[in-house]
Design a protein around this ligand. Structure first.
Ligand code: SAM
Length: 238
């Protein structure tokens, strides 16, 4: 085994999700391929097996501690990059229906290879979030949206909330500045039809302070959102 399997298993246990041998093998394959691909494409600064285990896999799985996903729930992971948190959630819970969205095609190519090697399937969506959010095929059609390290929460809410069905949730993974970001995003979240349900802070070993913000979608997002990216950046919702 390439990754410290028992360490990953015990992180997962502490987040309330059990990893069987198949899942651990899949995480091992994922870590190997991530390190290999990273020599050709810049995917992550973290390439050692322990770093990948804690800062990518365990960090992604921490979502399970604060959010319970019903069997078969649909999730769109916005700006998934090399698959975090979306692909890690799928390995732990293959019953979930994952759509992994990113604007960089070559990153989705890496995910396609990892899916093939691990025998899992997910929808890969090559698009900008603010464009896909205006497409009827994706708009308000997911039970959950997730995102890690993609944008400031105020902009991220405009990327992600349009994808979520009424009654669903947007789960945003943030670091030490979460409280400040949340303060600046409250108005935007309300305009987009959301309401903050919880913001849970915890420390993930040497990955430092983490915060998982859960935003419930209470009403439909007005049709004009998401706006084109230049408008979102120039004139953020406030
Ligand atoms: N979520 C992954 C993680 O935590 O490792 C990747 C984070 S990486 C810093 C940000 C990713 O978001 C990149 O892969 C980038 O292509 C993607 N991204 C940024 N803005 C986007 C947008 N508007 N629509 C789609 N993807 C976007």
């Amino acid at each position: 085994m390439y990754i410290p399997k028992e360490k990953l298993r015990s992180f997962a246990d502490s987040f309330g999700v059990q990893l069987d041998e198949t899942a651990l093998e899949r995480f091992d394959t994922y870590a190997r391929l991530l390190a290999e691909w990273n020599e050709k494409i810049n995917l992550t600064a973290i390439t050692d097996p322990m770093g990948i285990t804690v800062k990518h896999f365990a960090d992604s799985l921490s979502v399970f501690r604060f959010c319970s996903f019903p069997t078969g729930a649909s999730i769109i992971d916005v700006g998934t990059g090399a698959g975090f948190p979306g692909l890690a959630l799928l390995i732990a819970r293959p019953d979930l229906r994952l759509t992994l969205l990113d604007s960089t095609k070559k990153k989705l190519g890496v995910i396609e290879n990892i899916l093939a090697e691990t025998g899992l399937s997910a929808e890969l969506l090559h698009a900008r979030a603010e464009e896909a959010g205006q497409n009827a095929a994706y708009r308000e059609s997911f039970d959950f949206a997730t995102a890690r390290a993609v944008a400031n929460l105020r902009e991220l809410a405009e990327y992600c909330l349009p994808f979520v069905k009424r009654g669903g949730c947007f789960v945003s993974m943030k670091g030490a500045n979460a409280a400040e970001e949340l303060d600046g995003a409250k108005k935007a979240i309300a305009v987009l039809g959301g309401k903050v349900q919880s913001a849970e802070t915890f420390t993930l070993e040497d990955a430092g302070e983490r915060c998982i913000i859960t935003i419930k979608k209470n009403s439909s997002t007005p049709a004009k959102y998401p706006r084109p990216s230049a408008k979102i950046a120039k004139n953020p919702l406030e």
